[in-house]
Design a protein around this ligand. Structure first.
Ligand code: FAD
Length: 398
């Protein structure tokens, strides 16, 4: 079997993997990024909404090549059609820029290459290998041939369907109630306003929501997520979305350009995302925001941390799980509180029925979109004092 040796091996060239490879390479590590597909960024399984504020933290410059639209406001619609508006900077991690992931993922991988990382496409990791008990790389099929890739540190960035963590003995399974299955069309020829990202909550998408993210003035990603444990059959997410689209006059002339199905995890932070010689990042570490389902930001932030800490570990010659606690501490310090809070918010939101949701959004729709958190709480409190008690903690720690 052919053997390749490297310092840092990154499995998966999504946003988390490319950023990890870039930051490991920038620290002078021989870095190899492997991707099972033949093209980075394709096919797209994403609604493509991100917020803006975190980009500098990950060394990403906003780039017209991957910006499709810049919606400044989120509209959250109740089942009765009433809506509540929030400015992008307060609307979670999917509002601010609608990106083109074909380009975005390639630009990030090109940045990794520019920093010195090697990239191998059509290379599918099939198991981890170990030396002295520690993960020391993977075996893979590369262009149909078996290859062993030996690495001092391996970073698992292999997305929602991740196997790398499981192969290494890390418990990455999540419960069905913490998984949302998704279905999305990209629709052309619709009536869509690029100023807004729209969200539809309630029984149209049990345990999730419907989104309309503009890609231009008459094109949008229109999709939905439904909690897996509430589904009875396989094709149900598509059926839910088709039923809802049929009720929306603005999509009457819509024609599909693409459709995708996928899943996102909506769990609390995992207890462990490292072992000797291995770190997991992004979706592989189940770092998606449980309330919004947005995971690009957390993948990039955790990827950068893992790339830098991989270099530190190699430089001092200690790739043990004990040393890699630096990574656990770094991502938990930056992301865990928010993920915990939004997991709790997701659980509370699932208990609100359509009637209560309509009344809640009616109360909020009276408030100016620049209103403070306190004004929002007051508006809800007039009609739903109990609900305010329930959500005050959430909004005040937001
Ligand atoms: P991924 O982007 O999934 O990348 C993993 C890579 O690893 C893939 O390229 C895959 O081919 C490769 N790979 C997997 N296994 C192997 C292997 N064995 N060997 C080699 N390569 C391998 N997030 C947002 O922020 N905003 C959104 O609007 C949004 N919308 C979404 C809509 C849908 C329908 C879905 C399903 C998800 C959405 N997400 C969204 C989530 C977002 O797509 C992910 O959080 C993000 O892609 C995570 O990045 P990542 O690098 O961790 O993993």
């Amino acid at each position: 079997m052919k053997t390749i040796e490297t310092d840092v091996l990154v499995v998966g060239a999504g946003p988390g993997g490319s950023i990890a490879a870039k930051f490991a390479a920038l620290k002078g590590m021989r870095t190899l990024l492997i991707e099972k597909r033949q093209e980075i960024g394709s096919p797209v399984r994403c609604a493509e909404g991100i917020s803006k504020g975190w980009l500098p933290e990950c060394g990403i410059e906003a780039d017209p090549r991957w910006i499709s639209a810049t919606p400044e406001v989120a509209r959250i619609f109740a089942p009765d059609g009433n809506c509540f508006m929030m400015k992008a900077d307060r609307a979670g991690n999917e509002v601010g820029i609608v990106i083109d992931r074909h380009q975005f993922d390639k630009v990030l991988a090109a940045d990794a290459a520019r920093a010195g990382a090697q990239i191998l496409l059509k290379t599918f990791a099939t198991d981890v290998v170990r030396a002295n008990g520690a993960v020391s790389g993977v075996v893979a099929k590369s262009f149909g041939s078996d290859v062993e890739i030996r690495a001092r540190i391996t970073i698992g960035a292999d997305g929602f369907e991740s196997q790398v963590g499981r192969w290494a003995g890390i418990r990455t399974q999540v419960k069905a109630r913490d998984i949302v299955t998704t279905f999305q069309y990209q629709l052309a020829g619709i009536d869509c306003d690029p100023r807004y990202c729209d969200f539809y909550a309630g029984s149209c998408a049990p345990g999730g929501y419907i989104w309309v993210f503009p890609k231009g003035k008459d094109i949008a990603n229109v999709g939905l997520g439904v909690q897996l444990s509430l589904l009875k059959g396989k094709g149900e997410p598509k059926a839910y979305l088709d039923r809802w689209i049929a009720t929306q006059p603005r999509f009457a002339e819509g024609k599909p350009l693409a459709m995708v199905a996928g899943a996102v995890s909506t769990n609390k932070p995992l207890p462990k995302t490292t072992t000797d010689g291995l770190m997991l990042v992004g979706d592989a570490a189940r770092l998606i925001d449980p309330l919004t389902g947005g995971g690009i930001m957390n993948a990039c932030i955790s990827g950068k941390m893992a790339g830098e800490i991989a270099a530190q570990a190699i430089q001092i010659g200690d790739v043990s799980e004990t040393f890699l606690q630096r990574y656990e501490q770094a991502w938990r310090g930056r992301l865990a509180k928010h993920i915990e809070r939004n997991w709790w918010a997701k659980e509370q939101a699932a208990k609100i029925n359509d009637e209560k949701l309509c009344s809640l959004i009616a109360a909020l729709s009276e408030v100016d979109l620049n209103a403070s958190t306190l004004s929002l709480l007051k508006a809800i409190g007039k009609k739903h004092p109990k609900l305010v008690a329930q959500f005050a903690h959430l909004m005040l720690t937001g």
